[in-house]
Design a protein around this ligand. Structure first.
Ligand SMILES: CC(=O)N[C@H]1[C@@H](OP(=O)(O)OP(=O)(O)OC[C@H]2O[C@@H](n3ccc(=O)[nH]c3=O)[C@H](O)[C@@H]2O)O[C@H](CO)[C@@H](O)[C@@H]1O[C@H](C)C(=O)N[C@@H](C)C(=O)N[C@H](CCC(=O)O)C(=O)O
Ligand SMILES: Nc1ncnc2c1ncn2[C@@H]1O[C@H](COP(=O)(O)OP(=O)(O)OP(=O)(O)O)[C@@H](O)[C@H]1O
Ligand SMILES: N[C@H](CCC[C@H](N)C(=O)O)C(=O)O
Ligand SMILES: [Mg+2]
Length: 484
């Protein structure tokens, strides 16, 4: 692609070197540069991409997009200066891959919890409607049936546009994606054209990165500020930030609620371990999910499907066939009548909700609740004591253990969690650093009718310790224990 074509709609402050050249690829990481690539130098949280300009050229970069012009320049290389590389990299990536989001109906989901669930259910639903679809999510990316491992919730702008381009090539009509707050703040979704946006909820998470709750909220809001007027924006009227999100949104705004008047409304008629019976906008439907929060998630799915032009009755028929997403309230039963539930709850709010869901189902029955949970290392420390409090509030026994310690000492993380508890609360808590031992202990404590919640890692099949991912899967561990 010609450099001028690649930089369409990008405001360039200065060009040094050849104004036109043929570009074979775009990269923000010097280590991935190949001959003929454009290297985009970005100032990051760990280092400054500008430091790797020389390295990129050595590897074959023929053009450099930067904020600061390097002092030493090479004659054959084009240097293009912009005010903010982060602001324009999305547009450049989109241009390079032929504007794939415009050729798809792209729906983005943002909020603290529920993104993976909603995006995945929409992908499953639209495939059941017979459409070719793509999915970008924390668990895995998909182009129709082809699974492509995901290492971020939202990929970097280059990979993101590459994946969307591959979806277009594969004949996809729809793409559903999660928009993490990091991704929005870092403009990974810059330049994309969305057909719709969904807001789930906003509670505490990622304050290590955003510093204040307000910054975190504004990052999410920026997604809705950027939606075009042709798009729809579906927001959760039950969340106190639901209306803030769409304050400056030009799109067609719709609301959903399980508590008040809204465009999309639902209430629970009946609930058991296998699922719920719901009324959605006046029609009844049986679903294979539990938990009030899943009613909200399903409403968001319903709303988006209707806004994408589907007939409400058909949507409910397909909805009744949808199954829970990997590692989200995934039940595993023992021969002796114990139920383990593996869930990805890794915020105080998610823990509260998941435990609520378990109690809603247990209501009137004998069983106790035993919770196994930890907190991730090198992430928001403030959430740790709050997570322990939530676990203790609604469990009969709690085993505090390790999640992904990353570069922290596991015992330090556990201590941060325990610091949130009173001596009285401590009486129902034990801490066991080794996660497998913690799960085994919970299984030993449990009796017929009890529920063991294993929270935090959901679908993850690894435990990340000091930069190394060791194989670890909560579901596998609990199945082995149940079968032995
Ligand atoms: C804090 C954070 O989000 N960091 C992301 C950010 O990296 P950064 O700003 O720290 O980059 P940096 O390491 O300082 O490097 C600056 C620039 O120099 C470049 N570089 C660096 C080294 C080199 O040799 N050559 C080179 O060119 C880098 O490619 C980069 O462009 O931009 C990178 C490219 O997009 C991301 O890979 C990286 O994700 C890190 C690894 C990460 O762990 N992110 C997590 C927190 C994250 O993004 N999570 C959210 C989900 C959270 C949720 O659950 O909601 C996600 O979307 O996955
Ligand atoms: N609507 C919701 N409200 C509150 N909690 C929820 C909701 N949906 C799911 N959860 C809880 O949050 C956990 C994570 O759900 P999910 O993976 O769908 O969220 P996410 O927003 O994609 O998370 P991440 O930011 O880590 O990608 C679930 O395992 C469940 O415990
Ligand atoms: N995407 C989230 C996932 C957290 C999952 C939990 N298992 C942890 O490691 O903290 C994050 O990176 O904060
Ligand atoms: Mg997710």
């Amino acid at each position: 692609m010609k450099l001028s074509e690649l930089l369409k709609s990008v405001s360039i402050l200065q060009i040094v070197g050849p104004a036109e050249t043929e570009i074979t690829g775009v990269n923000i990481d010097s280590r991935k540069i190949e001959k003929g690539h454009l290297f985009v130098a970005i100032k990051g949280t760990q280092t400054d991409g500008h430091k790797f300009i020389a390295k990129a050229i050595e590897l074959g970069a023929t053009a450099i997009l930067c904020e600061d012009m390097p002092e030493e320049k090479i004659e054959s290389v084009s240097y293009l200066q912009v005010a903010s590389t982060e602001d324009v990299v999305g547009q450049v990536a989109t241009n390079f891959y032929g504007n794939p989001s415009k050729k798809l109906k792209l729906v983005g989901v943002t909020g603290t919890n529920g993104k993976t669930t909603i995006a995945t259910l929409l992908y499953n639903m639209f495939r059941k409607f017979g459409h070719r679809c793509g999915l970008l999510s924390t668990v895995c990316n998909y182009i129709e049936d082809e699974a492509i491992a995901a290492d971020h919730t939202t990929p970097d702008p280059i990979e993101l546009n590459h994946l969307l381009h591959r979806m277009v090539e594969a004949g996809c009509e729809y793409a559903f994606m999660e928009c993490s707050s990091h991704a929005i703040a870092q403009k990974r979704i810059g330049g994309l054209t969305f057909a719709g946006g969904i807001f789930t909820n906003l509670t505490r998470d990622h304050l290590d990165y955003h510093k204040t709750f307000e910054n975190y909220r504004n990052a999410k809001k920026a997604f809705f500020d950027g939606l075009p007027k042709e798009a729809f924006a579906i927001t959760n009227a039950d969340d106190k930030n639901g209306s803030v999100m769409v304050q400056n949104c030009k799109a067609n705004i719709k609301t959903y609620s399980i508590r008040q008047m809204a465009d999309f409304r639902a209430h629970i008629i009946e609930c058991h371990f296998e699922g719920m019976y719901l009324e959605i906008n006046g029609r009844e439907v049986g679903v294979q999910f539990i938990g009030k929060f899943n009613v909200s998630n399903l409403l968001a799915v319903y709303g988006a499907a209707v806004m994408l032009g589907k007939n409400p009755e058909d949507v409910l028929v397909v909805m009744s066939t949808l199954k829970s997403v990997a590692g989200r309230l995934e039940p595993i039963r023992s021969k002796d009548g114990i139920t383990a539930v593996v869930d990805y709850a890794h915020t105080p709010d998610a823990l509260e909700n998941v435990l609520n869901a378990i109690h809603e189902v247990l209501e009137g029955k004998e069983g106790h609740v035993i919770t196994v949970c930890g907190a991730g290392g090198n992430r928001d420390k403030g959430k740790r004591p709050l997570m322990a409090q939530e676990a203790v509030k609604q469990s009969d026994r709690v085993i505090i253990t390790s999640d992904n310690p990353r570069f922290e000492e596991p015992q330090d993380i556990i201590n941060d969690m325990l610091a949130g508890l009173t001596p009285q609360q401590m009486k129902k808590v034990v801490s066991i650093v080794d996660r497998k031992e913690a799960i085994r202990t919970a299984c030993m404590m449990a009796q017929k009718g009890d529920v063991i919640l294993i929270a935090g890692k959901g679908h993850e099949d690894y435990q990340e310790i000091k930069g190394v991912k060791h194989h670890f899967d909560d579901r596998e561990v609990v199945r082995d224990i149940f079968n032995s």
